[in-house]
Design a protein around this ligand. Sequence first.
Ligand SMILES: [Cu+2]
Length: 161
Amino acid sequence: MRRLRRRSSILAIACLMISVVTAAYAFGSSPEAGTSRRVLGPGSVTVTLQVERSRFEPARLVVRQHSTVTFRIVNHDPIGHELIVGGDEVHARHEAGTHGQHGAVPGEVSVAPGETATTTYDFHTPGVLVYACHLPGHFAYGMAGEVVVRAARHPSSSTAK
Ligand SMILES: [Cu+2]
């Protein structure tokens, strides 16, 4: 009887540990994990976005204006995703739309399960743009990131003469 009780308490602890680990997977390890502080550009740069459990990593990029960013999306998930880059209007349209496949428009690409896809986007205007996946439920789940576009440091001296 005593042995049985001990066994069931071990089982309870094991269940608790499994749920803690599951929660850690679901919410990520720290708020800093998905951010990148490095300022990219100007000019052509390539950024690799890892996709795992319907999240982009990193989930924040900082680029100088007049950067041409090639996004390389590595999908580690067993389900398809997409990367859509743009402003509020672009995201509202895609969230409401039913586009199945992307690829022809710069900044819009579909990525099959376990595959890698690329798309290129020009960032010219300072501000904040968003990249997101608009497959049903993914954006609401949090499958999005932001690109902070910083003004060129010395716009007059960099292209003078
Ligand atoms: Cu997705």
